[in-house]
Structures are given as structure tokens and as C-alpha cells.
Design a binder for this molecule. Structure first.
Ligand SMILES: Nc1ncnc2c1ncn2[C@@H]1O[C@H](COP(=O)(O)OP(=O)(O)O)[C@@H](O)[C@H]1O
Ligand SMILES: [Mg+2]
Length: 359
């Protein structure tokens, strides 16, 4: 787990998989084939073409980069890619590869056609990254033996493989690395209808009875994120088991969700803390990312990767070149009047103008 995943083990609706129990359940709920993967239609269709045409030609497909927030299905897709290609999957991650030698050890033991999944690829050490460029392009690496003036580079052929990289921060990826992926898929938040399908599928697999309107309610509060949808499903199930003896009804789902402090829009505690600080401490902004993060006691990366994309998508927060600002909808959501001095006060705010990551 990465540092920020570890920090978030406690969070109910954090987007990252928490303890080992959750990881077991996640594995059980993972769709195994492209056809079972719900939503992300464009990505699914494009990926299907990439994989099947490679299969037809009997070649390894282009390397695939999956970018998107935590819990949107990157690891799941990596596993599906290997399954569709009927190849084994080797899993590692950027933070686990500290030296070029670590990467060489992995690359040199890949079998032909194997799929290598590198999670959080933007966090890989520089020398390893450079080694990866050559491996991706020419299926070759230079292993440096010795130190100083006596060091020699020994070229080593490696088996043709398919790299699947995943990143929550595509903007942090160096251009040369990004360019070596033949297929880049950006995973977006899921719509409520898609999340409802996912929730019903998971309920079936977990043997949970849930009413249609209850499934829709949970879907609407899942922050557009399948991992959170699955997690909330388990919480409402727990609640229903103890309080109402079984089936998850709309009423019990609502009660459970409010008990767990998930609001009607799906905002969780961190989301609300960020909005609260932005409104109450900074008058709605503009305020810089790091200042905002410090005021809620979080790392800037956590605020930027976990909280902000959803708040932006909800039209509650905007990232501008001068800093983060709250929209009039944010004041309304927290039940506060918009002060005349607030940014965008009295304007109609348009959603969808996000300049993206600022690093
Ligand atoms: N498109 C999807 N359809 C069904 N379930 C999904 C989908 N995407 C993700 N999930 C579920 O959400 C959980 C988290 O997905 P995961 O692939 O681990 O996300 P990421 O690697 O992007 O953080 C998994 O348990 C998986 O079953
Ligand atoms: Mg993952």
C-alpha cells in the first residue's frame, strides 16, 4: 500500500482499498472479463479492439496506460487484460521499484507475452524509469555492472511483454514515459445507473437482498466510484442485518448512510472538511492547494487526488490558476449564505472548466 492508502485505512469512504479483509472481498467482486466490466464504455470498446487485434496477429498488444482516481477499476482492468490475452499477470508498483536493478530482476524473468502491471507508475525511481523506456520500446535493457569508471553496461534481451501502467496522476508522468504507451485510457467517475448495476451485481455475489430503490440510493451516494459503492453496500447490509433483519430497504439504507456520515450527494468527511475550510477559513478562496491541505491536516496529494476531483465534478469547487475557489453551490450545500465578497458570488457557475492537476 502507498503512504496515502495507509493513512486512509480508517476512512469509511476513502477511495482506497483498506485492510486485508476488504482486499479479499474486492478480489471476489472483481469482474473477470471485459464483458462483465460495467461502464467506461468507450475505454472498454477501444481496449477490446486493441486486445483482440493483437490476438489475431499473434503479437503482444501496445502497452496500456490506465489513468484515473482510486477505486475506478484500474487494477481490475489490468487483471482483465491478462485474462483476455490468456497470459499470466505479474504485479508490482512504482514505489516498490527503488532501483533499476529491481526492475531488471522483474523484466528479465518475464515469460513471452506476460502482462506486467505497474501500479502507481508515476512514483517509480528515475533510473528505473529510464530502464523501462528501453524495455518498452526495444524489449531490451542495459544492466550496469560495477561502479565508477570500471562500470560496464551489459545489454540483455527480454521477452516481449505487455506493460499495463496505472496512475492516479497522469499529469505527473514524464512525457517520454507517457509517449511509450500505445493506448492511454482515462477512467472517469461512473454514473449512478452504472453504479446501480455494480451494486446489484455485488449484492448477488455477496448474497445480500437489496430493494431497487435502496440500490439506487446507495449508487447516488457512492462518489461515482465502484469501490465506494461496494463498501457502502456492505455497510448498509450490516445495518439491515442488525436493525431490520435482512433485506436492505430504502429506509434502512438512508439511516445507515447517515449513521456513516455520507451525505445525500455522497460527500464524505474529508470532502466536507475541505469545503468547510475553503468556505469558513478562506471565504470561498482563492486559496492554494497546500494551504488548503494544511488546514484540514492532510497531504496536498490526498486532497488533490481523493477529494478534489469529485468536488469539481459536483460543481462545488473549481481549480483556477489563482487557487481553489468555492462555487455558490458549495455555500448552498453547507447551508451557508453566499457572502458578497465570495468569488463567483452572483454569477452563474459553469461546471466542467477544470484545468486539471497543478502538481
Ligand atoms: N467497472 C467496474 N465494474 C464492476 N466493478 C468494478 C468496476 N470497477 C471497479 N470495480 C470494483 O471496485 C473495486 C475497486 O476497483 P479497483 O480495480 O481495485 O480500482 P483501482 O485499481 O482503480 O483503485 C473492485 O472490487 C472492483 O470489483
Ligand atoms: Mg488499484
Amino acid at each position: 500500500m502507498s503512504d496515502y492508502e495507509e493513512r486512509y485505512e480508517e476512512r469509511l469512504v476513502s477511495a482506497d482499498a483498506a485492510g486485508s479483509e476488504e482486499q479479499v472481498i474486492e478480489a471476489a467482486l472483481r469482474p473477470k472479463q471485459l464483458d462483465d466490466f460495467v461502464g467506461q464504455d468507450r475505454v472498454r470498446e477501444q481496449l477490446s479492439l486493441v486486445l483482440h487485434s493483437a490476438l489475431r496477429r499473434g503479437r503482444t498488444p501496445d502497452h496500456v496506460l490506465l489513468s484515473g482516481g482510486p477505486g475506478l477499476g484500474k487494477t481490475t482492468l489490468a487483471m482483465i487484460i491478462a485474462a483476455e490475452l490468456e497470459q499470466p499477470l505479474r504485479i508490482s508498483s512504482g514505489p516498490a521499484i527503488e532501483r533499476a536493478g529491481d526492475l531488471a530482476a522483474i523484466l528479465s524473468t518475464l515469460s513471452e507475452g506476460e502482462v506486467l502491471f505497474l501500479d502507481e507508475i508515476h512514483r517509480m525511481a528515475r533510473p528505473a524509469e529510464e530502464m523501462l523506456y528501453m524495455a518498452m520500446e526495444d524489449f531490451r535493457v542495459d544492466v550496469v555492472v560495477g561502479k565508477g569508471p570500471g562500470a560496464t553496461a551489459i545489454p540483455l534481451d527480454i521477452a516481449p511483454f505487455t506493460l499495463v501502467g496505472a496512475t492516479t496522476r497522469a499529469g505527473m508522468l514524464p512525457g517520454p514515459l507517457r509517449d511509450r504507451f500505445g493506448f492511454v485510457a482515462h477512467m472517469d467517475f461512473y454514473g449512478p445507473a452504472e453504479l446501480e448495476v455494480i451494486i446489484k451485481r455485488s449484492a448477488r455475489l455477496l448474497d445480500v437482498r437489496i430493494a431497487d430503490d435502496a440500490a439506487a440510493e446507495v449508487a447516488g451516494r457512492s462518489r461515482g466510484t465502484p469501490r465506494i459503492a461496494n463498501r457502502l453496500l456492505r455497510r448498509v447490509r450490516d445495518f439491515a442485518e442488525v436493525r431490520t433483519g435482512g433485506e436492505v430497504t430504502l429506509e434502512s439504507a438512508r439511516e445507515a448512510l447517515s449513521l456513516y456520515e455520507v451525505d445525500e450527494r455522497g460527500l464524505d468527511r474529508l470532502d466536507r472538511a475541505v469545503l468547510n475550510a475553503l468556505l469558513r477559513k478562506f471565504g470561498g478562496g482563492p486559496v492554494g492547494l497546500s494551504t488548503l491541505a494544511v488546514s484540514v491536516g492532510e497531504e496536498p496529494e490526498t486532497v488533490e487526488v481523493v477529494a478534489e476531483p469529485f468536488l469539481v465534478r459536483q460543481g462545488l469547487l473549481a481549480r483556477t490558476p489563482r487557487g481553489r475557489i468555492a462555487t455558490p453551490a458549495a455555500w448552498a450545500h453547507l447551508g451557508l449564505p453566499v457572502p458578497p465578497t465570495a468569488p463567483l458570488a452572483g454569477t452563474l457557475f459553469e461546471v466542467g472548466d477544470d484545468p486539471g492537476e497543478t502538481g
